[in-house]
Design a protein around this ligand. Structure first.
Ligand code: NAD
Length: 460
């Protein structure tokens, strides 16, 4: 089949290269000329495990090509995926301008009986809006499908190749059979196609992300209560995650969810509900709780050292919003770094893949960057862990101890065992668990270690 994917970002590039791998002839079209030039030279603009191999393999086999001529891509397609961004507008609602722009280009160039597939995450009713926008420009018959994407960054290729399910909102039998043909190579292990109406498919994506975000915020609130009561959130997680009705995923307490999807999708669903006169109280609480949770580490740092951090230096391990990606959109690390800098501290950070993105777009030269995680530690008054990269889970503690000015760790991802940290001589603060270590013993740099009260975590 001739497939065109409009938008060659995290989703479009994965979808396009996986569909090419599945035997289709795929055109990936994007208005970003630099991105397309880079892709045509065999370089990929994002870090996603396994994606570079897929792109180069399919590029050289001729099944995948990249272009800035979106109209030309549309003219040759049997199926067109719209995978452009839907960033939040000022009121939190999804900004549909990129989607509608893509729809207009489709309307100007579409050939008969093409299926237009909405991959971008869009509010209920948007696919019909796209249908109207296209129909304003052509009398050619075409079909519409809502096919939300559930891949997660860091494992996007695997998620697309072996989906838990493929949700398709369809408007005709022909749309259904075209979607079955497209996905046939990826559902051989029996994971289901779930066909439904278009509105339900659009809503399914928001409901899925909202449910996952709700679990995270719920556990973060339980973690706060654990700190007050002396319970351990890791024990609680294991205790409830083994219940089949609950399951183990998305129950990790931490520094709050980030990334390009959860924050914006939760806000967009709240906004849609407002438009329809429905008050999504649960989701409002999820959103508010997450905003507060993003400050949990800085509250712990302030509680330990006081509000004025001038003259202090902090190391950050992890900048990406989660491991195995270089995506820093709404990353909790940004909240932590900003607050540290505002309080007068200096920061040295390391991330295995996100440093060039951080340097170019987010933090620029406001902080120092370490060649590796150990280099960030020289003269450090506190190590702050914001992303749970695998490579940081078993550090050489003798090097860490020697390099740091004060052996104090603020772990926003609960990657170390508090008892072990205590035995290694660290003062250790994590989320929803006992803090360990002694202020007096560790304050050996001469910096103000705070009063004995300041040894308490932010939750007291
Ligand atoms: P992105 O910002 O990485 O990529 C979007 C791309 O679309 C950009 O390269 C941009 O240049 C291009 N574009 C914009 N307007 C265009 C036009 N008119 N014609 C051609 N190209 C155009 O975004 P993303 O992360 O890939 O997300 C895309 C959509 O998929 C969003 O709606 C998002 O919510 C959804 N989604 C994202 C993920 C994820 O993990 N990133 C997962 C599931 C769903």
């Amino acid at each position: 089949m001739e497939v065109t994917v409009i938008g060659t970002g995290y989703v479009g590039l994965v979808v396009g290269s996986c569909l090419a791998e599945g035997g289709n002839r795929v055109t990936c079209a994007d208005i970003d000329a630099d991105k397309i030039a880079q892709l045509n030279s065999g370089e990929i603009s994002i870090y996603e495990p396994g994606l570079d191999r897929l792109v180069s393999h399919n590029l050289s086999s001729g099944r995948l090509r990249f272009t800035t001529d979106v109209g030309e891509g549309v003219r040759t397609a049997d199926a067109i995926f719209i995978a452009v961004g839907t960033p939040p507008g000022e009121d939190g609602s999804a900004n549909l301008s990129f989607v509608l722009e893509a729809a207009r280009t489709i309307g100007d160039h579409i050939r008969p009986n093409t299926v237009v597939i909405m991959k971008s995450t869009v509010p209920v009713g948007t696919s019909e809006l796209v249908r109207s926008e296209i129909a304003l420009r052509t009398e050619t018959p075409f079909y519409i499908c809502s096919n939300p994407e559930f891949l997660k960054e860091g494992d996007a290729v695997g998620d697309f190749m072996y989906p838990d399910r493929v949700v398709c909102g369809v408007d005709a039998d022909e749309t259904r059979s075209r979607m079955e043909e497209i996905y046939e190579p990826f559902v051989r292990s029996g994971n289901p196609f779930i066909f439904m109406d278009i509105s339900s498919a659009e809503m399914t994506k928001y409901a899925a992300n909202s449910m996952l975000a709700t679990r995270i915020s719920f556990m973060n609130q339980i973690a706060e209560l654990c700190e007050k009561t002396g319970a351990d959130v890791e024990m609680v997680r294991r205790g409830i995650g083994s219940d089949k009705r609950i399951g183990p995923s998305f129950l990790y307490a931490g520094t709050g969810y980030g990334g390009s999807c959860f924050p914006k999708d939760i806000q967009a669903l709240i906004q849609t509900a407002d438009d329809f006169g429905v008050d999504l109280k649960v989701l409002r609480a999820v959103h508010e709780s997450n905003d507060r949770q993003k400050t949990v580490l800085i509250r712990k740092i302030r509680s330990r050292f006081g509000d004025d951090l001038s003259g202090m230096r902090f190391s950050i391990w992890g900048l990406a919003f989660k491991p195995e990606t270089d995506d820093m959109r709404a990353a909790p690390s940004l909240t932590v770094v900003k607050a540290l800098l505002e309080a007068g501290a200096t920061v040295c950070a390391h991330d295995p893949v996100a440093m060039s993105v951080a340097r170019e777009f987010y933090l620029k030269d406001t902080i120092d960057y370490g060649e590796d995680e150990y280099e960030t530690l020289t003269g450090s008054d506190g190590l702050v862990i914001t992303t749970e990269w695998l490579q940081n889970r078993r550090p050489d503690w003798s090097v860490v101890s020697k390099r740091m000015a004060q052996r104090i760790i603020f772990d926003g991802r609960n990657i170390f065992d508090p008892m072990r940290m205590e035995s290694l001589g660290f003062e250790y603060y994590s989320i929803g668990r006992h803090q360990v270590g002694s202020t007096v013993q560790q304050a050996r740099s001469g910096a103000d270690a705070g009063s004995s009260d300041s040894f308490k975590s932010d939750n007291g």
